[in-house]
Write a protein that binds this ligand. Structure first.
Ligand code: MV4
Length: 447
């Protein structure tokens, strides 16, 4: 096992990784920006190196500075967390060339799955359902129109390098497709330096269901069941839960098995998530793979009892997975609310600033993953998430009641948070009934 690793991230996930390492007897080196000087978790690491100014582009995204800290800190491996360099195949390759283990998939797997058109091809090869659409990348407008007429409108133009909804255009007719084709290409070229796009039938009012997987370097891959992340707004997830409500057991089994087939065919290693859209008739279609640990991983930890960060580290160090598929249970119901420093009544406007006081929720079934404390100032440079409030209870009804109680207990003064909005979400009959699709929040609150 490793003696010492570097954490190339900040905030709650940096603290989450420090906690896992502490319990494993691994020393930690953490990097931080000038804006994160006062972060309390820096004290919990064994060493901390400042790698630049607050702006991510000058600190957390600087491969040279992160690698320098790793060299000076004499670490054997780097955990990238999520965001920043987590899915940067070039960083991954630099780690390899410096003989530092990257705690995540190989650069090859990352490259292959990072290209959505290629990932889609691989899914087809693995007999994983994909949305009807173009066989590969679109060559021109005429081809786009021809395929749209075959599969029927509405269709979705998607950037192969896309992510988070960028480089995506819905089209309901020929004219909209012609403009959407060009717009998606231009947006993708500007955002990702790659304008290539493909076409899919647009699935209306889908649920977003994702499957957590983990694979070792000995050919073993397992799933850790699914999460339903349909409660989102403008591609920002608000609530995630496991199990997905109202998902037939056969569908659950099929979707989880499909995810494992795909990652096995890709020779994928470490933790990852296979994303699907699920239509009103519970047909599921592969959309993409997230080659990293995700924000919402604790939802899965609570229903399975497995510490995913520890598992990631063990797998990266070459250990075989310690469980078979049959030994991974899905017990009870877990829900996560992402608590953001935002004025939810003002179109979720970011609201960084000083937290004057905070009361941490607790008690039976409650977990609060957060790096903040009274007197801490939320910096303006990063995303606005200040913590993740999670519950785990035997049933979904009890989990919702527990979350309501925990949201009430959470008291923050000095900045506004999204907690009051979460209470509204949890109280909505569509949420209570488990009838949420990806358009629910925007439809209901015209946000
Ligand atoms: C889709 C879709 C409907 N039909 N693909 C959004 C971002 C990217 N991850 C894929 N996305 C979608 N792909 C087809 N063919 C609807 C979405 C989508 C969505 C997916 C997951 C979570 C939230 C979403 C919000 C809007 C649209």
């Amino acid at each position: 096992m490793y003696k010492r690793i570097l954490i190339a991230n900040r905030g709650e996930i940096a603290l989450r990784i420090i906690r896992a390492c502490r319990e494993m007897g691994i020393e930690t080196v953490v990097v931080y920006s000038e804006a994160d000087r006062e972060a309390a978790y820096l004290e919990m690491a064994d060493e901390a190196y400042c790698i630049g100014p607050g702006k991510s582009a000058q600190s957390y995204l600087r491969i040279d500075r992160v690698i320098s800290a790793a060299e000076v800190g004499n670490v054997e491996a780097i955990h990238p967390g999520y965001g920043f360099l987590a899915e940067n195949a070039q960083f991954n390759e630099v780690c390899r060339s410096c003989n530092i283990d990257f705690i995540g998939p190989t650069p090859e797997a990352m490259d292959m799955l990072g290209d959505k058109n290629q990932a889609r091809r691989l899914a087809r090869e693995a007999n994983v359902p994909v949305v009807p659409g173009s066989p590969g990348l679109l060559e021109n407008e005429e081809q786009a129109l021809k395929i749209a007429h075959e599969i029927g409108f509405p269709v979705l133009v998607k950037a192969t390098a896309g992510g988070g909804g960028k480089g995506m255009r819905v089209a309901g007719n020929d004219l909209a497709l012609k403009t959407g084709f060009v717009q998606a290409q231009n947006e993708a070229k500007a955002a990702f330096g790659n304008g290539a796009v493909y076409l899919e039938k647009y699935i209306e009012r889908p649920r977003h269901i994702e499957v957590q997987i983990i694979a070792d370097h000995h050919g073993n891959a397992v799933h850790l069941w699914e999460r339903d992340c349909s409660t989102q707004r403008r591609h920002q997830k608000l609530i995630e839960e496991s199990p997905a409500p109202n998902l037939p057991a056969e569908t659950r089994a099929a979707i989880c098995e499909a995810a494992v087939r795909l990652v096995k065919l890709a020779n994928y290693t470490n933790a990852g998530t296979v994303e699907f859209v699920v239509d009103q008739d519970n047909n599921f279609y592969f959309i993409e793979v997230n080659a990293r640990i995700q924000v919402e991983h604790p939802v899965t930890e609570l229903v399975t009892g497995i510490d995913l960060i520890k598992a990631q580290i063990a797998v990266a160090a070459g250990q075989p997975l310690p469980w078979t598929q049959e030994q991974i249970p899905q017990v009870g119901c877990s829900i996560e609310c992402r608590i953001n420093a935002e004025k939810w009544e003002r179109n979720f406007q970011p609201n960084p600033g000083r937290i004057d006081s905070i009361f941490y929720p607790g008690g039976p079934g409650v977990r609060f993953d957060s790096h903040v404390y009274a007197g801490y100032t939320v910096p303006p440079h990063y995303d606005s998430m200040i913590g993740k409030l999670l519950v785990h209870r035997p049933t979904r009804t009890e989990a919702i009641a527990c979350m309501m109680r925990a949201l009430d207990e959470l008291r923050v003064t000095g900045i506004e948070t999204t907690a009051p909005f979460h209470r509204r979400l949890l109280a909505h009959s569509d949420f209570v009934d488990g009838h949420v699709d990806t358009g629910f929040v925007e439809r209901t609150w015209q946000a």
